[in-house]
Design a protein around this ligand. Structure first.
Ligand code: ATP
Length: 361
C-alpha cells in the first residue's frame, strides 16, 4: 500500500512561511507530480513526506498511520535525488546492496532483488563499476535501482532527470512511466518542467508560493485551468492573455470584445461575469490561425518568425501593443514586419477575471 494524506501541512523556516497549509490525498499506486516555479516549495513538501524535515504544523499519514514523528528510515519510502547521491567508493552492486545489508536481509534475498532491479533497468553490465565510471544516465538508473531494491511503499523523486541532456531525459521519462506501470507503486515526483509533469503524471499538483493552485489530471489542467497562473504554466508555449471586455451574458453565451476590436460570442457561459467587466482572454498559441479573408480577425504585426518545418511559430504584436504568439501548423511564407489577420475559435478561449480566476463555464 502507499496511500499518503496531508492535512493542513505548514512549514516555516524562522519567520518565513514556506508551505501554507497543504491538504492533499494521494491514492495507492498513483503517479503524482508536484510542479511549480523555482522556490514554490515543491522540494520542501516532498521532504516533509520523506521525513527529512518536520512540518511546523499539520499531519501526514501513510496508509492511515500518523508519521509526523516517525524517522525517515522507518517510513518505508525510497528517495531519488537529482544529484544521484551514490557512494563514489562503492561499486554499483555495493551501492544497491548497502541499504539491504544494513537492514540485515539474507544474502540470497539481496542477490535476487539486485538481479531483478538490474534486469529492469538494464544495468547488469555495470554492477562491478564505480559511479565515476558511469555516464549520467547510467548513474541515475543506479540511483533508481537503489530505490527499487528497497521495495518501498512509495517512491519520492526530486527532479531526478534534470542533470541529464534533453534526449536522455525524454527516454528516461518513458522508462520511468513503464517502470511505474510495472511496479504499480505510488510515485511522487517533483519537477519544474511542465512537460515532464504532463507526460508522467496521473495527477498533477500545481504549487505556487507554498500553496496548491490546482490538482487534476494533465488534461483537466490543460482544458480547464482554474486560474491564469495554471493556464500560463501548463502548456507550451505559454497561453496568450489578451485584454477583453464582457458585452453581455445570457443563456445563449457570453458576448465579448478582444483587444477592443474583435467581437465574439462564446458558449462558455460566464455566469459570474457582468456587462462592462474587464477580463483576460486566454488563447493557446496552437489555437491561433491565420484568418480567412472573409473573417474579421485581429490585426497583428509580425516581430519574429520561427520556421520549424512541421510548424511555424509567429511572435507578433497587436495595435494595443499586446504580444501574441501563434503556432501555425505547416510552413508559411511570412516575414518580420508583415501584417497578418489572426483568428481563433470561440470554443477555444478561456476567460479570467481581473483577479486571475477562471470565470465559470
Ligand atoms: P526549486 O525548483 O528551485 O528546487 P522548490 O519549489 O523545490 O524550488 P524549495 O526548495 O522547496 O523550492 O524551497 C522553497 C522556499 O523555501 C525557498 O524560498 C527556499 O529558499 C526556502 N527554504 C528551503 N529550505 C530552507 C531552509 N532549510 N531554511 C530556510 N529556507 C529554506
Amino acid at each position: 500500500m502507499g496511500r499518503i494524506t496531508l492535512q493542513k501541512v505548514v512549514k516555516s523556516f524562522g519567520a518565513f512561511d514556506i508551505l501554507h497549509g497543504i491538504d492533499l490525498e494521494i491514492e495507492d499506486g498513483e503517479f503524482v507530480v508536484f510542479v511549480g516555479p523555482s522556490g514554490c516549495g515543491k522540494s520542501t513538501l516532498l521532504r516533509q513526506i520523506a521525513g527529512l524535515d518536520k512540518p511546523t504544523s499539520g499531519q501526514i499519514h501513510i496508509d492511515g498511520e500518523l508519521v509526523n514523528d516517525v524517522p525517515a528510515a522507518d517510513r518505508g519510502l525510497a528517495m531519488v535525488f537529482q544529484s544521484y547521491a551514490l557512494y563514489p567508493h562503492m561499486t554499483v552492486r555495493q551501492n544497491l546492496a548497502f541499504g539491504l545489508e544494513n537492514a540485515r536481509l539474507p544474502k540470497h534475498e539481496i542477490d535476487t532483488r539486485i538481479a531483478e532491479a538490474a534486469r529492469m533497468l538494464e544495468i547488469g553490465d555495470y554492477l562491478s563499476r564505480r559511479p565515476g565510471q558511469l555516464s549520467g544516465g547510467q548513474r541515475q538508473r543506479v540511483a533508481i535501482g537503489r530505490a527499487i531494491v528497497r521495495n518501498p511503499t512509495a517512491f519520492l523523486l526530486d527532479e531526478p532527470l534534470s542533470n541529464l541532456d534533453a534526449e536522455l531525459r525524454i527516454s528516461m521519462r518513458a522508462e520511468l512511466s513503464a517502470l511505474h506501470a510495472r511496479l504499480k507503486t505510488t510515485m511522487i515526483y517533483v519537477t519544474h518542467d511542465q512537460i515532464e509533469a504532463m507526460t508522467l503524471a496521473n495527477r498533477i499538483v500545481v504549487l505556487r508560493k507554498g500553496k496548491i493552485e490546482q490538482v487534476g489530471t494533465p488534461l483537466e489542467l490543460y482544458n480547464t485551468p482554474a486560474n491564469r497562473f495554471v493556464a500560463g504554466f501548463i502548456g507550451a508555449p505559454s497561453m496568450n492573455f489578451l485584454s477583453g471586455t464582457i458585452l453581455s451574458t445570457g443563456a445563449d453565451g457570453t458576448r465579448l470584445t478582444v483587444l477592443g476590436e474583435t467581437q465574439l460570442t462564446t458558449s462558455r457561459t460566464a455566469l459570474d461575469a457582468k456587462a462592462g467587466q474587464k477580463i483576460s482572454v486566454g488563447v493557446r498559441p496552437q489555437h491561433i490561425r491565420l484568418a480567412k479573408p472573409e473573417e474579421n480577425g485581429i490585426s497583428a504585426h509580425i516581430d519574429m518568425v520561427e520556421a520549424l518545418g512541421s510548424e511555424t511559430v509567429i511572435h507578433a504584436h497587436a495595435a494595443t501593443g499586446e504580444t501574441i504568439l501563434a503556432v501555425l501548423a505547416g510552413q508559411h511564407d511570412l516575414a518580420k514586419g508583415a501584417e497578418v489577420q489572426l483568428s481563433f475559435e470561440s470554443r477555444d478561449i478561456h476567460l479570467f477575471d481581473e483577479a486571475g480566476l477562471r470565470l465559470a463555464g
